[in-house]
Design a binder for this molecule. Structure first.
Ligand code: GDP
Ligand code: MG
Length: 748
């Protein structure tokens, strides 16, 4: 675990420095002092000894026994530790409280287990010293709650002394064991009671000593009061037993050392050895069996041990499962904070970037966001799992979920902000792409396919969005979908397309209107010109007694007009349909076209009847009738001609045109053309914007207060009489001239 040691390097340790710490902990660490105070530096010690990253790969042993029975001496020989021992001269207690040291031995020919932690417990034989047994009980509880193996150190000559001091100690051990695991009998871990018989003389075989001890313990077990429900329990339900004997250290030093060496090699890993259960009869069985392990991860050991000790000191019921849950909560929270550091390093800058973009109102798509999010998420869970999964499963699972919720809230925000940036950018580039493609199409002059442009740009935009979104999908995160966002995006593109299509429709409408204008300009102009010929539309010379064909001027104009517009409508419709305009849009467009075309026609008519123009045409009309004969040959006036009669006839004929011109009326109905019906009422889908630039039309727009009659009035009455007067003057002029030329012709 690369990150585990750093997890536990608190400021204190970092400032001490490793070498200095090593020296400081030469004799191990006093976990609990004589005042029953727990040492806050235990974790630092475990870090110095590099036990922290070991996970479950460490072991705890405690040694128990009467004072001055050579316990510390034994540990120092077995594990190369430097626990204080009583000197031969001053015989007083040296070990105070509980000390811990890591194994310093390699284990001779055989490999000892890694990371063995040994606890040397104060001479527990308080009763002999007349002291209170409080500490004995408390340290027994502590050792049992943490240790896999309890070494019971005992003189050979004490074996069988049932009333002896050791029995008192063992009784305490058994009782507190009951108390300890009462709450959770199902998961009660077993412990190994390892009897080490000291100063073994060799007369009594170890087998016999072993049997005696086992019998004593059964008796002892039977004698202790057991909680309800556990009355029938047996000692073997909780303990395994192992035995070893050592020769007298002072009398047989070489043999002592050789036996200790042998004993040391038993402190190795056993892997659920089938022979392990109950009595460890085989003198060579490994002592560390998996079922003895308390399953407290090394990096949580100090917190756990402190919690346990705190409960013991305050005489609370020692509730180990609760302790383990509390530990798990504490450690999982700590690990969460730690793994979040690396996560923050990667993710915070991205969040800052988005926040900055948001402030400036320019959201941008962050490249490789998906990679960063996925990597950070995978890493944080992996780091968390590596360090936290050893703890209480329920707590771990809950804390992992909390962590997940915490980081996913942030990732989700990143995800959605990126989506909305992609959305915004996509809509913008779609709009630009369509507009510029249209512009290029217009420049080329060729008829471009608007619908096709929109379709292909939309396809590109959707693909880009899908790609952007897919690239930030966070694997294993349920929230990381973009179905709804895609729908919204598509909707927006459709809206934009609609807007662009509308603009395109307007452009089309303008083009068609222009076409209508130029067509009407020409054809209506021609119709009015015919007035000047006095021959109406037929081209044939007019006969004086026949009504002038000018009579059907408006019929012709209406016909030309409606045919032209029909032609234009067809053009408009064809084109609009080609770019996917809806039926409604086409309907509105056609309606607008008809109205606008009417405006064009009306303007053209107004232009034609402008004073100068119409007067000129009336004069031409009159002159045509007056100065040409039936065959269309110009008259040469002679004095005998009835100039006056011809003048009057021609003048009256032309004058009849004035009221005819003044009203747009059809011959058949003698009424205005059905403009209102022809334009039709506004389609239901018409929008206020569609009507904004439309001039009102009398008789069509009812609330305009102008009737169809008025709309069709080309010349007002006042204008008409004014025109009449002017025309008469003009005609008179022509007459006078004719008269003059007749006389002149005669005098010549
Ligand atoms: P502890 O109080 O149980 O830790 O005992 P110590 O290790 O401090 O030793 C107490 C005394 O017993 C010291 O003077 C040792 O020299 C002595 N001692 C150590 N090992 C043995 C042994 O195997 N046999 C005998 N008879 N004395 C020992
Ligand atoms: Mg000692």
């Amino acid at each position: 675990h690369p990150s585990a040691p750093s997890l536990m390097m608190n400021a204190h340790f970092a400032s001490v420095g490793e070498d200095a710490s090593r020296e400081a902990y030469e004799h191990g660490i006093q976990v609990i002092d004589e005042d029953k105070i727990f040492n806050e530096n235990l974790n630092i010690y475990l870090a110095v000894e590099k036990v922290i990253p070991a996970g479950f790969n460490y072991h705890l042993i405690s040694v128990f026994g009467s004072q001055s029975t050579g316990k510390s001496t034994l540990l120092n020989f077995l594990f190369g530790t430097q626990f204080g021992v009583m000197s031969e001269q001053e015989r007083r207690q040296t070990t105070k409280g509980i000390w811990m040291s890591k194994n310093k031995k390699e284990g001779g020919g055989r490999t000892m287990a890694e990371n063995i932690l040994v606890m040397d417990v104060e001479g527990t034989d308080g009763r002999e010293r007349g002291e209170d047994q409080d500490f004995e009980r408390k340290s027994a509880l502590f050792a049992l709650a943490t240790s896999e193996v309890l070494i019971i150190n005992i003189w050979e000559h004490q074996v069988g002394l049932y009333q002896g001091a050791n029995m008192g100690l063992l009784k305490t051990v058994f009782e507190v064991n009951m108390q300890l695991f009462l709450k959770d009998t199902k998961s009660t871990p077993r412990s190994l009671l390892f009897f080490v018989i000291r100063d073994h003389l060799g007369h009594t075989p170890i087998k016999n000593l072993q049997n005696t001890l086992l019998q004593d313990m059964s008796k002892l077990w039977a004698s202790i009061s057991k909680p309800a429900g556990l009355e029938t329990s047996r000692i073997e339900d909780y303990f395994d037993f192992a035995f070893a004997a050592l020769p007298h250290k002072i009398l047989q030093p070489e043999r002592f050392e050789a036996e200790v060496e042998k004993l040391g090699s038993r402190f190795r890993e056993g892997f659920n050895d089938p022979k392990k259960a109950g009595l460890m009869d085989d003198a060579d069985l490994p002592v560390f069996q998996p079922q003895y392990h308390r399953r407290i991860p090394a990096d949580g050991f100090s917190v756990y041990a402190e919690g346990v000790w705190d409960q013991i000191v305050h005489n609370k019921d020692l509730d180990l499962p609760t302790q383990q849950e509390l530990l798990a909560q504490f450690r999982c929270d700590e690990i969460s904070r730690e793994v979040l550091v690396a996560f923050d390093e990667k993710i915070t800058p991205l969040e800052d970037k988005q926040a900055k973009d948001a402030r400036s109102g320019k959201p941008s798509v962050i490249p490789d966001l998906g990679l960063a999010m996925n990597a950070a998420r995978v890493k944080i869970f992996k780091d968390f799992e590596t360090n936290a999964s050893r703890y209480h499963k329920g707590v771990y699972t809950r804390k992992r979920a909390e962590l997940e919720a915490k980081i996913d809230t942030r990732l989700k925000a990143l995800f959605h902000k990126q989506l909305s940036a992609a959305h915004k950018a996509g809509v913008e580039s779609f709009t630009n792409a369509v507009s510029s493609a249209v512009k290029i199409g217009q420049k080329k002059g060729a008829s471009y396919d608007f619908a096709q442009i929109v379709e292909s740009e939309k396809k590109k935009a959707l693909e880009q969005f899908a790609q952007d979104a897919q690239s930030i999908v966070v694997e294993g995160a349920k929230w990381s979908t973009y179905v709804q966002e895609t729908t919204l995006y598509k909707k927006d593109l459709d809206q934009v397309s609609g807007r662009l299509r509308k603009e395109e429709m307007r452009r089309l409408a303008t083009r068609v209107e222009r076409w209508v204008r130029s067509r009407l300009d020409e054809s209506i102009g021609l119709e009015f010109n015919k007035i000047g010929t006095g021959r109406g539309g037929s081209g044939a010379p007019e006969h004086g007694d026949r009504p002038p064909t000018e009579k059907d001027l408006w019929d012709r104009i209406w016909k030309i007009f409606t045919e032209t517009v029909m032609d234009a409508e067809k053009r408009f419709q064809d084109r609009a349909t080609s770019f996917d305009a809806s039926a409604d849009e086409v309907e509105v467009g056609l309606w607008r076209l008809r109205r606008k075309s009417w405006g064009v026609l009306r303007a053209k008519i107004d232009e034609e009847v402008m004073e100068g123009n119409i007067l000129l045409k009336l004069r031409e009309n009159f002159e045509d009738k007056f100065r040409y004969d039936e065959a269309g040959v110009p008259r040469i006036w002679r004095p005998t001609d009835d100039i006056e009669g011809m003048y009057t006839k021609a003048r009256e004929s032309t004058i009849t045109l004035i009221p005819l011109l003044s009203r747009f009326k059809l011959v058949k109905t003698s009424a205005p053309p059905p403009l209102d019906a022809w334009i039709g009422s506004a389609p239901p889908s018409v929008l206020p914007a569609d009507e904004e630039d439309l001039a009102p039309i009398g008789g069509v727009d009812e609330d305009e207060g102008k009737s169809l009659e008025e709309e069709m009035t080309v010349l007002s009455d006042a204008k008409m009489s004014d025109l009449l007067v002017r025309f008469k003057k003009t005609a008179d002029g022509v007459y006078v001239e004719a008269k003059r030329s007749a006389i002149g012709g005669m005098t010549q």
